[in-house]
Structure formats: C-alpha cells, structure tokens
Design a protein around this ligand. Structure first.
Ligand code: PFF
Length: 490
C-alpha cells in the first residue's frame, strides 16, 4: 500500500532516471551500426545536430505536458483539450508494442553476459532458435524490470537509476579506454568515427540521423511525459533536458569509441560495412573469444553493461503503461506492473521465435510479410508511430498551448528557461522548425515503407492509430482517467 506521494525526490534522480531511459540498446548497439552503415564521422555530426534541433525541443515539450498535469499521458493531453486525449492514449499504447520486442534483446544481452565465461562466439544461430531458452531469459529480464517498477518512482526507478547509471558509465568509459589501447588499427577506427567525409551525406543519412535521435532519446511516446509528471517545482526543466541529451549523446559517442577501434584492430574490412546489426552479437563475441581470459572478463562487463542499459529503458516503458492503469482503474502498482510485464512476456514469445528462425537463420518460409516479427513491430513503431507521437507533442505545445505560455508556466514553476533571445529561438523552433522536420521524418518513413512494398507496415500503423482514437472517444473521453494524486489512495 502506497500512502506517500509518488514523485522523484530530487533533480539528480530524475535526470539519471530519464537518462537511464534514453541510454539503451539504441546507444550501444544501433548508434554504432548506423554510423557504420552511413559513412562514419559525418553521420555522427548529423546525429548531434538532430539531438539539438529535434531532440532537445521535443523533450522539453513532452516533459512540460506531463509536468503541468501531474498525471498519466491520457489525462495530461486531456488537460490541454478533452479532444486531444487520444494523443496520450497513443503514447500509452505504443510502449506495449516496444516492450514486447525490446525485452527479447534485453534477454539476449542477459544470456550473453551470463554465458561470457563459457564463450559466446558463434552462439547466436543456435541460441536464437531455442525459443524456450530465449523466453526464459526474456522472462527473467522482464521480472527484474517489474520488480523495480513495483518499488515506485522514488524507491524503485530513482534508486535503481542512481545505482545502475554510474556503473554503466564507468563500464563504458573503461571499455572505451581498453579499446583505445589495442594498438594496430586504433587510428583507422578513430579516423572513421571522428574525421568527417561529407561526401557520404545524403537525404537518407539525414533521415536516419533524425530518427535515431528520437529513438535514442526515448521520445515520441509517453516516457518523458510520464517521468515529467513525477517532477515538482524543484526540477529545472531546461537544465534537466540539456543534461539528459548530453548524457545520452556522450554514451553513444563512448560506444563508438569502444567499438570502432576494436573493429578496425580485429577486422578492418568491417569498417563501414553493412553488417552492423551483427556487430554486438556476432562480431564482438568473436573479438572477445580471441582474447582468452581477458576477453571473457571484458565480454562479461560489456554485456552486463548493455543489459543494464536495456533494463533502465524497459523500466521506463513499463512505467508509462503502469501509471495509466493504476490511475485509470485504481489498482495497485504491484498488480498493474506485473500485469503489464506478463502480457508483454506472452506476446514476446512468438516474436522471439520469429526473430531466431527468420531474421537470424533465414528461414524465410516463416516470414511475416517478408520479414520477422521483431522487424515488423520495430518498423511500425520506430519508423511510423514514434515520429507521430513526437509531432503531436510538438504541435500541442507549439500551436495549442503556445510556446510563450509554456515558457511562462515553466518559469513560474521554477525553471530558468534562458534569456529573451534564447526563448524566442525556442518558440520559433517549436512552432516551425521541429514539427516540419519531424513531418519530413514521418513522410519519408511512410514513403520508404511503400517503396519497399511494405504496405502491411503502413496499414498496421494506421489501424493502430485508428484503434487508439476510436477507443479513446468511446471509452476514455468522458470518464475520469485519474492523476498522480490517485496513487496516494492505494
Ligand atoms: N532510448 C532507448 C535506447 O536508446 O535504447 C530505447 C527506447 C526506450 C526507445 C524507450 C523508446 C523508448 F520509449
């Protein structure tokens, strides 16, 4: 029974928790392979610009919407306008999709970490098709996340972040440091990662960088909104968003420093190759295997770090859904948290099966619209629905609440939002630049899917959107969807 108010105790805890959500497989796995596929250093630069122009602005909007309402995403959008609550419902439902596949990869990292001392080289093909074993690791991974969620915001999420985030940071710094001492090849790796060649940049690279920024910063769904709702006047929103963006980018860059010199040292042909997806689960285990006992230890530390990063991200996804269920249905945190992970666990089983058989072992006769289920879910959410969620948050602040009012409200509640010029730039960005760029990401995403013949992805995303809107107007618009204060009643 929770009787005290459920909020972050302090600014540092909030920043670490939000950074914990942001830092995940997106930084340690996707960022290096996307950099590798898209030309190296010039892509890194594009990515940093995307974080500043798109990420930071959208993050302020999302945190603001949640914080002013002190409520779950549905109630928060309802507070802006009753007919906008569906945007919040979309933001609550999207994480359900993502938990189902993200936690499978979380389970993989757990398997790789615990198996490090016996060697992970060449294991992926056999492990990934052993669905019961994958399900076991996914289940343990999800149970651990549920356990943290059950502790509440202050005693679960905040405490966990304060312990795990510094550990993660130390590990990535240590591994990057180790990588830089490997000797031969290190320079080539660094050159690929840090010396831009602008001839590699085209519209596709810009698009990939922007989409990666959203994903990496956990934007476009209810996460920053939900975490923002648990902050009070003691948290400075501008400063917090700057810190979260900074940490997230720093970890991505450190991941690059850890991976590229190592790749260049062990197999220079892989620099810039399209084999990126295999980088973490196939190539690195081979590298670790060639290092003997040291390799086993480094492997354990590396996969433990990736697993920690994945846990803190999944916790944030589970929290969005849990918060809504607690407040709407007035049930306990324990019931809600366990319910969410159980449901996602069950859905994850067929996805895990499909991932192993279709994506890893190429059994295309089991494909689903030509792909494995994880890729399908990933494209529906990341390519189409997440940018839409981010766009809705930006438009809500830019055109409905109005950025001037948002800045005034934020200043009144204790956040220093910068001088007059900076504020004017922010207003212009929220209203024009950021939404237009996000729209560009969204439309290009749709075009890319249609061009690739993936009509099913577009249709599923539209159907999902329609179901969220329909369900909202039928069941939620005229009922009380609760606020954070309701948690005190439990
Ligand atoms: N930001 C996390 C990462 O970079 O891995 C992933 C993620 C978490 C994406 C939560 C989306 C999300 F809602």
């Amino acid at each position: 029974m929770e009787t005290k108010k459920n909020t972050f105790a302090g600014g540092v805890g909030f920043i670490l928790a939000a950074a914990g959500s942001a830092v995940g497989l997106g930084n340690l796995w996707a960022f290096p392979y996307k950099t590798s596929q898209n030309g190296g250093a010039a892509f890194v630069l594009l990515y940093i610009i995307s974080v500043l122009v798109l990420g930071f602005v959208t993050m302020v909007c999302e945190i603001f919407i949640g914080r002013r309402a002190q409520a779950n995403a549905v109630s928060a959008y309802k507070k802006v306008n009753k007919n906008l609550g569906w945007c919040g419902f979309l933001a609550v439902m999207l994480p359900v999709f993502i938990i189902c596949y993200y936690s499978i990869l979380g389970g993989w990292t757990l398997k790789y970490a615990t198996h490090s001392f016996w060697g992970n080289a060449g294991m992926l093909e056999s492990f990934s098709v052993n669905t019961p074993e994958v399900a076991l690791f996914t289940g343990v991974f999800l149970l651990f996340s549920a356990f943290i969620i059950m502790g509440g915001v202050k005693n679960g999420i905040e405490k966990m972040s304060k312990i795990l985030m510094p550990i993660l940071f130390l590990l990535i710094v240590g591994i990057a440091g180790y990588s830089l001492t490997l000797g031969e090849g290190v320079r080539d790796g660094l050159r690929f990662f840090l010396q831009p060649d602008f001839s590699t940049i085209g519209p596709k690279q810009i698009l990939v960088a922007m989409a990666q920024a959203f994903y990496s910063l956990s934007l476009g769904m209810g996460i920053m909104l939900s975490y923002g709702s648990y902050t009070g006047t003691h948290i400075d929103v501008k400063k917090s968003c700057m810190m979260i963006c900074f940490f997230d980018t720093l970890v991505a860059l450190l991941a690059g420093l850890a991976i590229f010199p190592a790749v260049a040292h062990f197999d220079p042909n892989l620099l810039g190759s399209s084999k990126g997806i295999a980088l973490v689960f196939i190539i690195l285990p081979d590298v670790f295997a060639s290092l003997g006992t040291v390799g086993k230890i480094v492997s354990f530390l590396f996969f433990a770090m990736v697993c920690i990063a994945a846990v803190t991200s999944v916790v944030s996804l589970v929290e969005v859904v849990t918060q809504f269920i607690i407040q709407k249905f007035k049930v306990s945190r324990k019931f809600s948290g366990l319910g969410v992970v159980t449901f996602c666990f069950l859905v994850s089983i067929p996805i895990a099966w499909s991932l192993g058989h279709v994506a890893i072992n190429g059994e295309m006769e089991h494909a689903f619209f030509g792909m494995d289920l994880l890729t399908f879910f990933d494209e529906v959410t990341n390519t189409l629905l997440m940018p839409m969620g981010a766009l809705l948050a930006c438009i809500t602040v830019g055109w409905i609440i109005k950025p001037e009012n948002a800045l005034r409200e934020l200043e009144a509640s204790g956040s220093k939002m910068g001088g007059a010029v900076l504020q004017r730039v922010f207003c212009f960005m929220v209203r024009f630049v950021t939404p237009v760029l996000i729209l560009f990401v969204e439309l290009s995403g749709i075009k890319g899917e249609l061009d690739a013949g993936q009509h099913a992805v577009v249709i599923t995303a539209l159907a999902f959107l329609a179901v969220c809107i329909g369900a909202y107007f039928m069941f939620l618009r005229n009922t009380n969807t609760g606020t954070n204060a309701d948690e005190k009643l439990l």
